[in-house]
Design a protein around this ligand. Sequence first.
Ligand SMILES: *Cc1c(COP(=O)(O)O)cnc(C)c1O
Length: 510
Amino acid sequence: MKYYDKLIFELSRTGRTGYSLGQNEWGASTDALPAVLKRETDPELPEVFEVDVARHYTNLSQMNFGVDTGFYPLGSCTMKYNPKINEEIASIKGFQGLHPLQPASTVQGALRIYHDMNRALAALSGMAQFTFNPCAGAHGELAGLMIMRQYHLLRGDLNRTKVIVPDSAHGTNPASAAVCGLDVVVVKSNEHGLVDVEALKPLLADDIAGIMLTNPNTLGLFEREIEEIAALVHGCGGLLYYDGANLNPLLGVARPGDMGFDILHINIHKTFSTPHGGGGPGAGPVGVCEKLVPYLPVPKVVKAADGSFKIFGKPGVPPACQAKNTAGCEESAGQVSAYLGNFLVILRGYVYILSLGKQHVKWVGKYATLAANYIKESLKDFYKLPVPSICKHEFVFDGLIDDGSKVAADGTVEREGATTLDVAKRLLDFGFHAPTIYFPLLFHQAIMIEPTETESKETLDAFIAVMKEIACEAAEDPALLKSAPRNTPISRPDETMAARQPILKFADET
Ligand SMILES: *Cc1c(COP(=O)(O)O)cnc(C)c1O
């Protein structure tokens, strides 16, 4: 145990002070406080020097893993590096102190950011217009499906109650469809890990509201038949929804709008970088093609003829009471959040886009793709690659090729092999965060690796070397992996309890 692993209460010594006004020549001292402002008894705080406090909190902050301390090959969630300029701009007082009910005339700068970000996202995705009101990806999915439903309802097409979702989809897709009151129909993947078009055809009927896809899909594979899929779905009267939580592979290279998608959401906190550990904060703006613009949720920001910006649809007022404020918004699918979404996250995304600029944003998808393929090819002799083909931003292994297990001739297990969980835990000992594991559900020992576009070749090489070393350790002595991690502040917590009932404060068990 290191000295500073001690609780700060254990370092406490009666009478020690961290900082004191003392008694200075102007008479400033706590003695000068009026009695009514003073406590009757001292609070039970540790009595330590200032330096002890600084070390205590700095050491606590180092007990966790962060993208600022090490490489994070965390697939799908794009825990990518968050440029510090985003944080600097987002901490400007004028942005932080905004109130959602301020008159539009006092927040013209912020409204202009909404307006300009709308144009930037439209240009990058091939959509006509966005709403910024949803506060997360799943929230965007719900808003997008409400728009889909509204489109069919207002055309009097009341029979369309089903949404098609591939078996490789992110779990939020079927969940959002269900929350929106739509029934989920699963379309299976073919042997190449792509949507099975022959299996899709018989599902397409006049009860289909649309299909939810992500392209490249969760295996990081590009749906090459997307144009045929779009024609088939449109042909039966349905719409195409694009799950753009992670736009990394396409950014600056291809646009969902050009592939035939009608609605999409983008996770600003993933693709356009915002620290979002522990479930927030997020922004899941939804973009739609031209014909769906009238159904976008309110409130929204519009540019008036005189160049000023206005809020259309009164923020914070339920749709039913909006009569006076929604002229031109009568067809809106409704309201999905109280105000205009998570402004500071949208601002960070805006800064990310501006700081890359048009000329550099086009490299994001290419570098993300190159990095993923480099790791995949370097490790495929050590880890099972169930779908061997060129991937986009991410790929999935299905466990170790040699997990070190030993089985006797009669079938009895003499030695348990190392699992994907063991590999992930062992990575922590080498200073790397674990990738996403056991997702997608298509494979039993899934390891999903997404390096993103920001890592140097040296970092990728170091990761590859460690992954190879772990594979060799597993083949020789799987028990070594099963007792990992050993170099972290805690080893293996109960996975479920740690997520559902985290212990966030010290509990004296004596
Ligand atoms: C993260 C993710 C989502 C959900 O986004 P949240 O902001 O966590 O709600 C949906 N789809 C995919 C593919 C994702 O990676």
